[in-house]
Design a binder for this molecule. Structure first.
Ligand code: SAH
Length: 251
C-alpha cells in the first residue's frame, strides 16, 4: 500500500485532506480513484489505513479506517552525532540512517571538520534533512522520523548525557571492535546509545582524550579506514545487530 506523510495536526477527525505535492502525485502519477486504499503515517509512531473519498481540485479527501502504532521501531534508541560533511554526503547519510532506524541525528563541528556554514544556511539544511527523513519513511515503512538536532560543537557532543546507557566514539585509530570495547555486550540491555562519528579528517588525539574523560568508550570498525558516510552506516548496522532488531531476537 502506498504511504504518505500527514502532519499530526491535520488528523482532527476521521476525515482528512491530503494537499500539496502528495495530492498531485496521487491523482496524476498514481491515478488513484475514490474507494482506493492508502497508508498514512505521522512520523511520530502512528500509522493509518485510509480510503479515498473524493478527488478535489486542490486536495484529496480521505477517511481513516484504521489507526495503529508503528511496529517497526527498534528496541534500542540510537543517537548519532556526525561531524558535518559536505551537503550531498550529509543528505544521503540522513536517508540511510533513517532507513537503519536511527532515532536522532546531531551534526557537529570539530577541529578537522569542514568549515561550518553560517546559522541561516544551517537552519535551511536542517529543514532539508527533516524533509529527507520524512521521504525515507515512505519507502522504508518506519513510523518515526529521525529527529534532526541543531548543529553543535564536538565539546557539546561529549557533554551530552541524556541518560545514555552507552556512549561510543568510532575512532579510526582504535583496534577493539564494539564487542571488545564494551564488556559482556550480549548480557547487557542497552536501550539508549550515543554513537559519535568523525569528519573526513578524523579525530585529534585531544578530542579522543576529552571524550574518554566524559565517559565515552572508543571502538573500531575494522582495519580499513572507511569514509565518514560509510562509517556511520556500518557503525549503526553493527549497533542494531548487537543491541537492536537487525540480529537474532533476544529471548
Ligand atoms: N582521515 C582519517 C580517517 C577519517 S575517517 C585517517 O586517514 O586516519 C572518518 C571517520 O569515520 C572517523 O573519524 C571515524 O569516526 C570513522 N571511521 C572510519 N574508519 C574507521 C575505522 N576503521 N574504525 C573506526 N572508525 C572509523
Amino acid at each position: 500500500m502506498r504511504r504518505f506523510f500527514i502532519e499530526q495536526s491535520k488528523i482532527a477527525s476521521t476525515k482528512i485532506f491530503i494537499t500539496g505535492s502528495d495530492a498531485a502525485h496521487i491523482k496524476k502519477v498514481l491515478r488513484m480513484k475514490s474507494e482506493d486504499s492508502i497508508g498514512l503515517f505521522d512520523g511520530r509512531g502512528f500509522e493509518y489505513e485510509a480510503k479515498i473519498e473524493n478527488l478535489l481540485a486542490e486536495s484529496i479527501e480521505v477517511s481513516i479506517t484504521k489507526c495503529f502504532l508503528s511496529a517497526s521501531e527498534s528496541p534500542v534508541m540510537i543517537i548519532v552525532a556526525q561531524a558535518l560533511l559536505k551537503d550531498k554526503k550529509m543528505d544521503s547519510l540522513t536517508r540511510q540512517l533513517t532507513e537503519i532506524g536511527v532515532a536522532r541525528l546531531i551534526p557537529f563541528t570539530s577541529i578537522r571538520s569542514v568549515p561550518g556554514p553560517d546559522k541561516k544556511r544551517l537552519s535551511t539544511r536542517k529543514k532539508r534533512w527533516e524533509k529527507i527523513s520524512i521521504e525515507a519513511l515512505k519507502q522504508c515503512r518506519r513510523g518515526h522520523v529521525t529527529k534532526i538536532g541543531e548543529t553543535i560543537t564536538f565539546n557539546d557532543v561529549i557533554k551530552i548525557d541524556d541518560e545514555c546507557d552507552l556512549k561510543i566514539v568510532f575512532w579510526e585509530n582504535e583496534s577493539k571492535p564494539v564487542n571488545g570495547a564494551v564488556q559482556q555486550v550480549h548480557d547487557r540491555h542497552y536501550r539508549k546509545i550515543l554513537a559519535v562519528l568523525g569528519p573526513e579528517g578524523g579525530f585529534s588525539k585531544k578530542e579522543i582524550e576529552d571524550a574518554r574523560a566524559c565517559g565515552f568508550v572508543t571502538a573500531s570498525l575494522g582495519p580499513r579506514i572507511l569514509r565518514s558516510e560509510t562509517a556511520a552506516v556500518a557503525a549503526c548496522t553493527i549497533l542494531q545487530y548487537i543491541f537492536g532488531d537487525m540480529g537474532l531476537k533476544k529471548s
